[in-house]
Design a protein around this ligand. Sequence first.
Ligand SMILES: NC(=O)C[C@H](N)C(=O)O
Length: 325
Amino acid sequence: MPKVAVVTTGGTIASRRDGQGVSRPVVAGSDLLAGSGTGTELRVVDVMSKDSSSMTFADMDLVRDAVTSELRDPDLDAVVVLHGTDTMEETAFLVDLHHTDPRPVVFTGAQRTFDHPESDARTNLADAIAAGTDPALRGAGVLIAFGGAVHRASGTRKADTTSLDAFRSVHPDSVQPTGDLRRQRLDPLSWHPISGTRVDIVAVYPGADRVQIDACLAAGARGLVLDGLGSGNANPAIVEAVRDCTTAGIPAVVTTRVPHGPTSATYGGGGGGHDLVSAGALFSTDLRAGQARILLAALLADPDLTDLDKEFDRRSRVDPAPRIS
Ligand SMILES: NC(=O)C[C@H](N)C(=O)O
């Protein structure tokens, strides 16, 4: 019989609503699993009970440690992580960056609370267990099973606040066979906790000045992610602030608030992507702000890394096959 460890962290999948309709993550892992996984031996590991919007880097490190510790059991076939959807893309990507094992780690959660009469909790859990024990997904890394689809963690983000099919890739239209997913996996990063490595996300919008960037630097940021406009653009005031950051040895990464498509550093005019690169910024080819921040923090946390720019560049690219339907 296949054996799967189910790591619980909270989220809507583990929530009940009170009399006012307020959801809180109060359901224990053993209750979540009752009656599921017929034909699979399930081991519950309750790690925390949080709404994922409150997750910190330290919490994400803990989840990663729990997954790694479960994988020390040679008889285990997979790990399923139950997680809130708000920050699932961050934690799943952190685990994926360091994942060294051919056995899949599958994240899932729910949009409707466990006690909702039409909750998606049980279906998503069953789908995640099925994905974890699917021999075709061995070697595919860390996955997100949600709303009837299985996505690779890298490049996937929550794209709908309420839809049951909530996750999308930066390349949403590409669906390819699972064999391709395995072939395209990158070498894992060596593990260093990201807790304590401050990386901030700065929003770019019409008329944005350098106030946010200066505040982040004053707060001790070791890196910045600019959630840019269009293909990765800002304005002259931001470019000047970015130049000050990079001159001081603080990497600044450019991504975009646009949901889909790659970025490109092609615009000049004083504030465009080309000017940001001239000021020393790095470009995140595909990863959006949430995952770009995790990647930058993971690279900064590695004291032995010699070429952060090169590593960021190769790991910010998402091949166009991240979803299996
Ligand atoms: N659907 C969800 O799980 C949302 C919830 N706020 C969470 O991220 O924990």
